[in-house]
Design a protein around this ligand. Structure first.
Ligand SMILES: Cc1cc2nc3c(=O)[nH]c(=O)nc-3n(C[C@H](O)[C@H](O)[C@H](O)COP(=O)(O)OP(=O)(O)OC[C@H]3O[C@@H](n4cnc5c(N)ncnc54)[C@H](O)[C@@H]3O)c2cc1C
Ligand SMILES: Cc1cc2nc3c(=O)[nH]c(=O)nc-3n(C[C@H](O)[C@H](O)[C@H](O)COP(=O)(O)O)c2cc1C
Length: 783
């Protein structure tokens, strides 16, 4: 078999090694345009898990790599004169040049032919090859040559960055967040061999301009960075090597394979440097390709296995990198944070590390985070313990005069079980049991303000006395039997009205018995949905008045809080999104115009809703669709509602249009809550695939939301909050007296279970290479 490889970077060389091991008789040649010992960049970084993978696939190169590596366990975050160190991270750094020399040496030993200083312009010279690997890096000539086939999407990120080096030794992966007269600069730095460290500098484009970096050459810009970070460089120089400032291109290619050509490494997909995964991804691509070649019956089949089998893993890493890079792009959002909360945000930015996880690894750090959180709560007038605080989820919160005992919230969820809009015994048991289960705040399902405001025939309403009495029964039960507060969510279905019960076909039009629906514009949801009537001013008045009447009934029921539903494509949301609002009057066009009617409704509600009771608004912070609402719009929307007196923005997303493309994942909507909270400076509640109390604590402690709503988890577990309280030992949590013996038991058992689990996790955790190395080099006498 003949294999031609274009590009002698980590992807090309490691693929050559693995394929040659597999097929010693194969003719494998690597073509590299640089000289053998040329390199750009300084050090590369691998996690322990990545090294485990290398160990499995090629022991000799693994051994040489690990002999050359610098190990560290800690991440250090420097911010506003403080430094927080978190251990247990298990990373290794090595010079990129040494890595390439090791891989070249190993490839040669195996019989791979390496050609240097050959710039491949045309792959036709490899016409006789069975397989052509395109490993020519981020600016891949061949990916661009066949751009129509590979269909790469290049997202050029806004921040500027440059790789440099230094002789400064470092004993931790170091992040330095530095305020300057021009704006914030960030250094990501790590040691890769004795006396050498990599320094990646990053800043936003405006700060870059203000700092006068445009037009400076490498030496001058290194001098500017040395000026900024000199206090830490401690007299050490910054080194340059093609250290030009650039914008990071996030690359995703639709196809990775063309005939017998296959893209590997940066050529096919890039991952932002802040998660240190570029070289890892490149080498793991080589592993995936070699594994596919081992198993598949033909080269073509192997390429398919590689493309389809590897994609998910690459996309997962890219998603983590995306989340991380966005955090760094918006670091100014957190600049006013308490440094320990800021450091917690750095550690948990890409969702891989959570509260419990950090508590295990760095208990002192998390204890400080807890104290800082409790101090903030105390400064808001709560008499909470700041020496031995409970976890953030069990810290109280206040909106106007409404105090809630914890930050776990039952998200609004339609039960589709009302009769002519009247809540039934099902609702009493449903809301009652979730209140007894301990949630601090319970939202009702979307409660419709009129008969034709219903989504389905099973939706609850609040437009007549019978409904009012039924809701009062629910509210009275909650107040009499729990410490929960209960919020009424009012909404109008708009064009998504007159549809079937969820379990009969969500959002599908009713076959019979439907009613006329309204929307901002006459656009049906599905092509075969009812075409809604465009709401005219008289219709708006009627809708507005029905909201007011329902709110007045809500007050009589005794609800503690009121939420206006402006999300998910329902009537008010249909005004806000440009995808559903094509009006040419004062209610269409600009965002200010599109917000006019929802704000008008909010304002009249605020006027009739008692001053001491809070109000929230639920928004879709993105439509997940081209031309729709974005996170930046959500900030503007939140600001507008905040000016109108909203106390909390309930940040959901999507459900506006059928062809939206949401990116699901754990806590997938939380970044929008983060953006709204920390840019619009308004309290937020986040929601969406948050399934554990650990995740809730992570979100709260990092300042990404003030409250955490859980929907589906509460459907199957009314006692989510009670169980979480037991787990975290928050024994002040409410429990009805009837259930106290059960509470005592679960609290006792949870302490034991928690200790057992922690012990198990500690035992199961493999030693990091740093720990192994420390053990191996420990003098015998010290044992
Ligand atoms: C300026 C810069 C500095 C970096 N520094 C670091 C760092 O310090 N640490 C780190 O972890 N990551 C660094 N990275 C990222 C990292 O290099 C990549 O993520 C990783 O190397 C990807 O491996 P690869 O094999 O896919 O591509 P590359 O390492 O880019 O290798 C591609 C190779 O193909 C060769 N090539 C390209 N076109 C042709 C052609 N037509 N003919 C022949 N040869 C060709 C190139 O010369 C190159 O050697 C840096 C990236 C850049 C752009
Ligand atoms: C059965 C069901 C009904 C829902 N009904 C409503 C509703 O009435 N009002 C609303 O704003 N959101 C509603 N939602 C959305 C939830 O409040 C929540 O935002 C969503 O389920 C994501 O959170 P989760 O991942 O915790 O379930 C509903 C969700 C479900 C699963």
């Amino acid at each position: 078999m003949k294999v031609a490889i274009i590009g002698g970077g980590p992807a090309g060389l490691y693929a050559a090694i693995l394929l040659k091991k597999q097929r010693p008789s194969a003719d494998i040649t690597v073509h590299e345009r640089n000289r053998a010992d040329d390199t750009f960049g300084f050090g590369v970084v691998f996690s322990d898990a990545t090294l485990d993978n290398f160990e499995k696939h090629d022991l000799p190169s693994y051994r040489r790599i690990t002999q050359e590596f610098a190990y560290w366990d800690d991440i250090a975050v420097h911010f506003r004169g403080t430094v927080h160190r978190v251990g247990g991270n298990g990373f290794c750094g090595c010079s990129r040049q040494k890595l390439l020399l090791i891989l070249q040496e190993r490839a040669r030993e195996l019989g791979v032919v390496l050609h240097f200083e050959v710039d491949i312009e045309d792959e036709s010279r490899f016409a006789d090859a069975d397989l052509v690997l395109i490993a020519d890096g981020i600016n891949s000539r061949f990916r661009e040559k066949y751009v129509d086939h590979f269909q790469p999407k290049v997202d050029l990120r806004s921040n500027k960055f440059a790789w440099m080096g230094s002789t400064r030794s470092l004993d931790a992966f170091t992040f330095i967040f530095q305020e300057t007269e021009w704006g914030p600069f960030i250094a990501h730095a790590y040691q890769y061999e004795a006396g050498h460290s990599t320094w990646i500098f990053e800043t936003d484009p405006e700060t870059f301009e203000r700092a006068g970096l445009t037009g400076l050459n490498e030496t001058q810009s290194a001098a500017r960075m040395a000026g900024i970070f000199g206090w830490f460089l401690d007299g050490h120089k910054l080194l340059t090597n093609r250290s030009m400032w650039r914008n990071f291109p996030m690359i995703r290619s639709k196809r990775w394979v063309k005939d017998n050509m296959v893209l590997l490494g940066d050529a096919k997909a890039s991952a932002h440097f802040s998660i240190g995964s570029g070289t890892k991804l490149a080498m793991e691509d080589a592993i995936a390709l070699a594994e596919a070649m081992e198993r598949a019956p033909s080269i073509q089949a192997a390429l398919e296995v590689y493309e389809y089998g590897r994609r998910e893993e690459v996309e997962k890493t890219q998603h983590a990198a995306d989340v991380s890079l966005v955090w760094f792009e918006h670091v100014d959002r957190f600049w006013e944070f308490d440094p320990v909360q800021f450091a917690f945000g750095v550690m948990t930015r890409s969702k891989a590390i959570t509260y419990d996880n950090l508590k295990l690894r760095a208990p002192d750090f998390v204890a400080e985070v807890e104290k800082s959180f409790a101090r903030q709560v105390r400064s808001n007038g709560f008499d909470v313990n700041t020496d031995k605080p409970v976890v953030p989820l069990f810290q109280p919160f206040r909106l106007r005069e409404m105090e809630i005992a914890n930050r776990a919230v039952v998200s609004p969820m339609c039960m589709y079980s009302a009769k002519e809009g009247v809540p039934t015994d099902f609702h009493l048991v449903h809301y009652g049991s979730r209140a007894i289960g301990g949630a601090g705040l319970i939202f009702t399902e979307m409660t419709c303000v009129s008969r034709d405001a219903r989504i389905t025939p099973g939706c609850a309403g609040l437009w007549n006395d019978e409904q009012e009495a039924a809701w009062r029964r629910v509210v009275d039960f909650v107040h009499a039997n729990s410490a929960s507060k209960i919020c009424l969510q009012l909404g109008h279905a708009g064009r998504k009205g007159a549809t079937k019960l969820m379990w009969d076909g969500i959002d599908r039009p009713l076959d019979e018995g439907g009613w006329e629906v309204f929307s901002a514009s006459p656009l049906p949801y599905f092509p075969d949905s009812q075409v809604p009537r465009e709401l005219d001013r008289a219709g708006m008045n009627a809708v507005r008045d029905s909201f007011v009447a329902a709110a007045e009934r809500g007050e009589r029921c005794g609800f503690d809080m009121l939420e206006l539903h402006c999300a998910h494509g329902y009537l008010l949301a249909s005004f806000i999104s440009p995808l559903t609002n094509t009006r040419s009057d004062d209610y269409g066009g600009s965002l200010a115009n599109r917000l006019r009617f929802p704000l008008e409704v909010f304002e009249v509600l605020r006027a009739v809703w008692p001053k001491h009771k809070p109000m929230s608004v639920r928004i879709s912070a993105t439509d997940w669709a081209d031309g729709g609402i974005t996170g930046d719009d959500a900030v503007a929307i939140a600001r507008a509602f905040a000016e109108a007196g909203v106390d909390l923005v309930d940040v959901s997303t999507g459900q506006t249009v059928r062809d939206a493309q949401p990116i699901y994942g754990r806590m997938f909507q939380t970044p929008f809550s983060d953006q709204v909270r920390n840019e619009a400076r308004v309290a937020t509640m986040c929601v969406g695939n948050i399934t554990t109390a650990d995740q809730a604590n992570t979100i709260l402690a990092a300042g990404r939301a003030d409250l955490v709503a859980l929907g589906r988890p509460h459907l199957v577990d009314p006692f989510f909050t009670m169980k979480a309280a037991a787990w975290y030992g928050a024994d002040g949590a409410f429990c009805p007296p009837q259930y106290l013996p059960g509470k005592d038991q679960i609290f006792r058992n949870s302490v034991r279970d928690r200790l057992d689990l922690e012990e198990l996790r500690i035992k199961a955790k493999p030693k990091t290479r740093a720990e192994l190395k420390a053990e191996a080099t420990k003098p015998l006498a010290a044992e």
